[in-house]
Ligand binder design. Structure first.
Ligand code: GRG
Length: 296
């Protein structure tokens, strides 16, 4: 069996072709919007959420063609959120994935429409491709992604984030924000991958969901540490933005050492949640390691 890095690189390359195929082609009208959508999605990003979906899919022997669609839907939602987050009305950033942000490369109105269109495409794909033999399960998957993305999930977390600038949050309040803003989509990626294959019982699904919750939060804690310690070139996005924007983070609330300790505890809890799954969960375990130990 290939080591984690070899597996991840192969999945990332394969998935890039999937996205190229699923996105509207650049010669299709309206060409500029389609070119901008492709600019925002292709050639960049760690693809952590798709990798989680592929790893969960491996656990349940899922048909890879089905997981491709679920993973693409999640990544399109993620890409839309980055495009909107970077706009002047939100984080106002100029660098994303090592290149100019979408509104800088194109313009603000185009960036707004790119986000809108990527979000619609995500749900279009989930509605037009078979993801599970049971139509009721497929409908539940669409609902799961919608809930994770909307006001009770990522968008809601972003609203709390915007409202918290300059405020002193408690650790539970910060956790609530990040479980929604960052965690909800990561959690959805794991469950959607798992729903593409052999059915798990409710207790197994709950354990996978707990894994997703832990790695989702750990991802954010590590993101805060990296924002305070890594440089812009390594991250491919502007470093030090949280302090500059006076945003509460795990680092400002707890300090770097305690934030690292929290990430390590979440890592342990994530691995514990997988303990009953055996060798089939190997890639999920490796992804938990990657999320906590990553340097970018
Ligand atoms: C605009 C509705 C709306 C939501 C925005 C995801 C998000 C919410 C904002 C992004 C800003 C940010 C720094 C979020 C915290 C961590 C995070 C999600 C980082 C970006 O994800 P990565 O590291 O990015 O997976 P890549 O580029 O690797 O895909």
């Amino acid at each position: 069996m290939p080591d984690f890095q070899t597996w991840a690189n192969a999945q990332q390359r394969r998935f890039e072709d999937v996205l190229r195929r699923l996105l509207p082609q650049p010669d299709m009208a309206p060409q500029r919007l389609h070119a901008a959508m492709r600019y925002a999605v292709l050639d960049g990003g760690k693809r952590v959420r798709p990798l989680l979906a592929f790893a969960a899919g491996e656990l349940v022997n899922a048909d890879i063609a089905r997981v491709n669609i679920a993973a693409a839907a999640v990544e399109l939602i993620h890409a839309y959120s980055l495009v909107h987050d970077d706009m002047p009305c939100m984080d106002n950033d100029v660098l994303r994935r090592g290149k100019p942000t979408c509104h800088v490369e194109y313009d603000e109105a185009t960036a707004l429409l790119v986000g809108d269109s990527l979000q619609c495409l995500a749900f279009q794909l989930m509605a037009e491709h078979r993801l599970n033999d049971d139509p009721a399960c497929q409908l539940a998957m669409i609902k799961l992604l919608a809930t994770a993305s909307g006001s009770r999930g990522m968008a809601g977390g972003q609203a709390i984030d915007l409202a918290s600038v300059g405020k002193q949050l408690t650790v539970p309040e910060l956790e609530f924000m990040h479980i929604h803003k960052t965690g909800a989509l990561i959690r959805a990626a794991v469950l959607l991958g798992a729903h593409c294959g052999n059915a798990l019982d409710q207790a197994q699904l709950d354990r996978l969901d707990h894994f997703g919750k832990c790695v989702g939060l750990a991802f954010q804690v590590v993101d805060d540490v990296l924002d305070s310690e890594a440089d812009t070139a390594t991250l491919g996005k502007t470093a030090g933005k949280d302090a500059e924007h006076d945003k509460p983070t795990y680092v400002t609330l707890l300090g770097v050492q305690a934030a690292r300790k929290m990430a390590a505890e979440l890592h342990r809890e994530a691995l514990d949640a997988l303990s009953g799954f055996g060798e089939g969960a190997r890639r999920l375990r490796e992804l938990a390691d990657f999320i906590v130990l990553r340097k970018f």
